[in-house]
Design a protein around this ligand. Sequence first.
Ligand SMILES: NC(=O)c1ccc[n+]([C@@H]2O[C@H](COP(=O)([O-])OP(=O)(O)OC[C@H]3O[C@@H](n4cnc5c(N)ncnc54)[C@H](OP(=O)(O)O)[C@@H]3O)[C@@H](O)[C@H]2O)c1
Length: 319
Amino acid sequence: MFKFSLIVCVYLVALATFGKADNEQPVTSKDRFRLHSGDLMPYVGFGTFRIQGDAQIKEVLDHVLGSGYRLIDTAQVYGNEESIDKALKVLLPKHNLTRKDIFITTKLDSTYLGSDSVYNRIENSIRNLGSEYLDLLLIHSPGLSSRNSKSTPKNDSVLRDETWKVFVTAVKQGLVRNIGVSNYNVRHLTELLRNDHGIKPAVNQVEWHPNNHQADLLELCRKEGILLQAYFSLGGTGRKEVLLNRPEVVKIAEKLKKTPSQILLRWALQQKIGVIPKSLSEAHIRDNLSLDFTIPAEDMKTLSGFEQNRLGFSLDRYQ
Ligand SMILES: NC(=O)c1ccc[n+]([C@@H]2O[C@H](COP(=O)([O-])OP(=O)(O)OC[C@H]3O[C@@H](n4cnc5c(N)ncnc54)[C@H](OP(=O)(O)O)[C@@H]3O)[C@@H](O)[C@H]2O)c1
C-alpha cells in the first residue's frame, strides 16, 4: 500500500512539475504555435509590407531564409505575391528547403470584402504565389477599405460574414489550410466566434506594441486558442523612432546588452504573441530573429506600462 501511494505521489509531482514547466516554458524564436487545424505556425515571421519588385524581394528573402525565418507575411495589397513566388523558386532549393518548410500568409484585399470576387481573389493569390495552397488567409480588415466604402449598402458585419463563409469553403476545398482575421477588436472577434460557419479563426493580426495593447483582446484570443500576431512591433515603417528611440527601451536594451528592436520583439514573444518584423537590412533581419533571452519582470512591467497611443487607424471605426 505504501509502495503504491509512493508511486502515485511521484507520478503526481512529476505531472505537476512537467505540466507547469511546459506551460511556463518561454517561447523561443524557433517555436511554433499549434493552430486549430493542427498545423504549426512559427511565432516569429517576416513582414513584407512595402518590399516590392523582383530584385528587392529576392535579395531580402535570401537573407530571411538564410537567417532561419520560415514564415513570410504578405497581402494582396502589398503587390508582391508574384515577386515572392519568383524569389522562392530560386531560394528554396538554394537553402535546401521545400514549399512545405515555409509558412505563407496572405490577406484578402479589403476592397473585395463581402463581394462576389472573394473566391476568385483567393485563387488569384494561390496563382500569384505559385503554390497549390495558402498556409493562412486573413481578412485584412473588418470593413471595406475607404476608397470603396460607399459602393455597397451592406454593413461591415454582413460583409465580414459573407467573406468568412467563402473562406470556410476554401478550406473545405483544400485551397487554404488555415483562415483568420486581422485588425479585429473584441467586438468583431466575438461576433465571428458566435457564427463561425464551422471554422474558428486561427489568428488575429493586429497593431501591437508597448504603446498599443489591450488585455481583453489578448485574453479572448488565448481563451479561444487563437494566435495573436503583432504588427508594427518596431513602430512601423516610417515611424520606427517612436519606439526604437524611446529612452526606457534604449535603457533596457543597454542593460540586457541587446538592441532596442530585440527588446520590443522579445516583449511580445515572451507573452506568446507572434511577431512579423520587416527590414531591408541584412543585419537587422538577423538581429530580429535573435530573441532567445529573458526580459526581467520589472522591465516587462515598464514596457507594458507605456501610455497607450495607437500608431495606425482605430479598429472601432468599423461597425
Ligand atoms: N494586417 C495589417 O493591417 C498590417 C499592417 C501593417 C503591417 N502589417 C505586417 O506587419 C509587418 C511589420 O510591420 P511594418 O513593416 O509596418 O513595421 P515594423 O516591422 O514595425 O518596422 C519596420 C521598420 O523597422 C526598421 N527595423 C527593422 N529591424 C530593425 C532593427 N533591428 N533595428 C532598427 N530598425 C529596424 C525597418 O527599417 P530597416 O529596413 O532599415 O531595417 C523598418 O523601417 C509588415 O511588413 C506587414 O507584413 C500588417
